[in-house]
Design a protein around this ligand. Structure first.
Ligand code: SF4
Ligand code: SF4
Length: 175
C-alpha cells in the first residue's frame, strides 16, 4: 500500500497517537526535579556535541544537494524509506526528546503538515535547531548524501550519539 491517499487515514490516526506521546514526554520533562535536570543537562551536552559534529560534516553537502532535491525526505511516509515518521513526531523517542528539550524550547509543531504527508517540524527545511534532532533523523542519509559524505567519520559520531542514548538512565530522572 504505497499510495499516500490510501494511507491517509492511517497516517492521521498515527499522528494523533504520536502527538499524545510527545505531550507525555513534554509533561515528563516539565515535572523533572533539579537533580534530574542536572543529570539530563550533562548527558544532553554530550548528545548535542555528537550531533553538531555530524552536522559540521554533512551541512556543506546538504546545502549543495537538498535545495534542488525533488523527492524530499522529511515526509511522514515515504515508500522508499525504511522508517515510518508518522509513528513518532520528529522521529523522537523519550530519551532523545528529553536530551534535546533539556535547555531548548522546541519550535511549534505544524499539525497541518500531516495532511500533506510532511513532518510536523518541516517548513522549507527542518525547523529544529541543528543540535536538536532525533537519532532517527540524524542517522538518515539518502543515496545522494551517502555518496558525498565521509560515512566513516559519520559512523564514529553516530556511535557516540547512540551510546549516549543507550547508556542514559531514565531511573536517575525519577529517583
Ligand atoms: S537528504 Fe536527500 S532526499 Fe532528503 S532532501 Fe536532501 S537530497 Fe533530498
Ligand atoms: S524532524 Fe526535521 S529532519 Fe526530522 S523529518 Fe522532521 S523536518 Fe526532517
Amino acid at each position: 500500500m504505497d499510495n499516500i491517499a490510501e494511507r491517509k487515514d492511517q497516517i492521521m490516526s498515527d499522528i494523533e497517537r504520536a502527538l499524545k506521546i510527545i505531550k507525555f514526554y513534554e509533561n515528563f520533562y516539565v515535572g523533572l526535579n533539579g537533580n534530574a535536570k542536572k543529570y539530563l543537562k550533562c548527558q544532553s551536552a554530550k548528545y548535542k556535541e555528537a550531533l553538531l559534529n555530524i552536522q559540521e560534516v554533512i551541512l556543506p553537502s546538504i546545502k549543495e544537494t537538498c535545495p534542488t532535491c525533488v523527492e524530499g525526505c522529511c515526509k511522514l511516509y515515504e515508500a522508499k524509506r525504511s522508517i515510518y515518521m508518522a509513528g513518532a513526531v520528529g522521529g523522537f523517542g523519550c530519551v532523545d526528546y528529553l536530551l534535546v528539550r533539556c535547555d531548548t524550547q522546541l519550535p511549534d509543531l505544524c499539525c497541518e503538515n500531516a495532511e500533506n504527508n510532511l513532518c510536523l517540524f518541516f517548513d522549507s527545511g527542518c525547523t529544529l535547531p541543528a543540535d536538536c534532532r532525533s537519532y532517527e533523523c540524524i542517522r538518515y542519509f539518502c543515496d545522494q548524501l551517502n555518496n558525498k559524505i565521509d560515512m566513516q567519520l559519520i559512523s564514529k559520531y553516530l556511535e557516540e550519539a547512540e551510546s549516549i542514548l543507550t547508556d542514559f538512565s531514565i531511573r536517575r530522572l525519577v529517583l
